[in-house]
Design a protein around this ligand. Structure first.
Ligand SMILES: Nc1nc2c(ncn2[C@@H]2O[C@H](COP(=O)(O)OP(=O)(O)O)[C@@H](O)[C@H]2O)c(=O)[nH]1
Ligand SMILES: [Mg+2]
Ligand SMILES: [Zn+2]
Length: 316
């Protein structure tokens, strides 16, 4: 029998059910395959390129995951959850109202830096002006770090999105943020067929009730044109409130806080935690205003969580 393995892109995850799109579409063959992981071994994510062994015309099992560029995931002390793989950019969606979590913002920035993924912050709902100044204040340290920030109103001022579009073309971007921030509104602005595509995916998997917990991959409209021969895509992730980074080691954490860089290695104690030790160079950075108090506080919290992780998370 001929080798029936096909290479495919994982485009949707619903719990342990996945939908994959073969890289080479063949006439008269289904456009999507329902695929399953073999056992618990594969921690597969939307955006992964996989090799599928077909078990029927519409179904298959994941034989292996092709080497990844990166994997965005979160983890607490006990387990980890994949968000997306092979992404070029994180679009962190925040809103003026309801107020966003500065903690989640900080963690997303550290995850992006650690995985080498570009970060772009979208401050949505600027039509609601009352809390705009509070939001801007919380974003100041990130502006100082050079992270691009776009103020937008996805619902009421679609023209505010125009500045972002050139940064989406040809890239795979993942929408991240708490629920209620406006991720779906944005997705529907950029990919008008998203609702229809989602319905089609859900019908295929017959899992309509899981739709809010799913992660999905949407091609950008072909009318946007290619960049480097790639159309680009948006990955919609379910809103989440927690962004654990317990898998980052102490050293990885220090390096993900890029503004610490000039001060690292200059503390009096080799194993300085930068909390209250005498002769701490990071504390000097804080006094000089080069390090924001909220960032040092986040570092302390992440260090604590890293040290308390009960299992070694093995993703790398
Ligand atoms: N005022 C205002 N409301 C918005 C804007 N964008 C989205 N919303 C509303 O915010 C709510 C949450 O939006 P949604 O896209 O579902 O957020 P998601 O949970 O992040 O996907 C909905 O009621 C939207 O209509 C905006 O720019 N301004
Ligand atoms: Mg949504
Ligand atoms: Zn120190």
């Amino acid at each position: 029998m001929a080798n029936s393995n096909v290479q495919a892109l994982l485009v949707a995850s619903y719990g342990r059910n996945y939908l994959a799109r073969p890289l080479i579409s063949v006439p008269d063959q289904p456009e999507y395959l329902e695929v399953q992981a073999r056992g618990k071994k594969h921690e597969v994510a939307v955006g992964d390129l996989i090799e599928v062994q077909r078990t029927s015309e519409h179904q298959g099992v994941i034989e292996r995951i092709l080497p990844r560029k990166n994997l965005l995931f979160r983890s607490d002390a006990f387990r980890s959850k994949s968000i997306a793989a092979n992404v070029d950019q994180i679009l962190l969606v925040l809103a003026t109202e309801p107020g966003f979590s500065p903690d989640l913002l900080g963690r997303a920035a550290i995850a992006a830096q650690h995985e080498g993924i570009e970060l772009r912050i979208l401050l949505n709902k600027i039509d609601l002006t009352e809390k705009l100044d509070i939001a801007r204040k919380l974003l100041e340290p990130y502006q100082q770090l050079g992270i691009p920030i776009h103020e937008i109103s996805a619902k009421f001022h679609a023209q505010t999105l125009a500045h972002i579009e050139p940064h989406l073309a040809g890239k795979v971007s993942v929408l991240v943020g708490q629920s209620g921030m406006g991720k779906s509104t944005l997705l529907n602005q950029w990919v008008p067929t998203a609702v229809a595509q989602t319905r089609e995916h859900s019908l295929k998997l017959d899992t309509g009730k899981h739709t809010t917990t799913a992660c999905r991959y949407y091609d950008l409209p072909s009318s946007w044109g290619m960049k480097n021969q790639i159309l680009g895509a948006l990955i919609d992730s379910p809103g989440f409130q927690e962004f654990g980074l317990a898998h980052l080691s102490e050293s990885e954490l220090q390096h993900a806080f890029t503004e610490f860089e000039p001060f690292l290695g200059h503390c009096r104690f080799h194993n300085c935690t930068h909390a209250h030790e005498p002769g701490c160079a990071i504390q000097v950075g804080l006094l000089k205003g080069a390090i924001a108090p909220s960032r040092l506080q986040l570092f302390g919290q992440l260090l604590h969580e890293s040290r308390n992780a009960v299992i070694q998370l093995q993703h790398h």
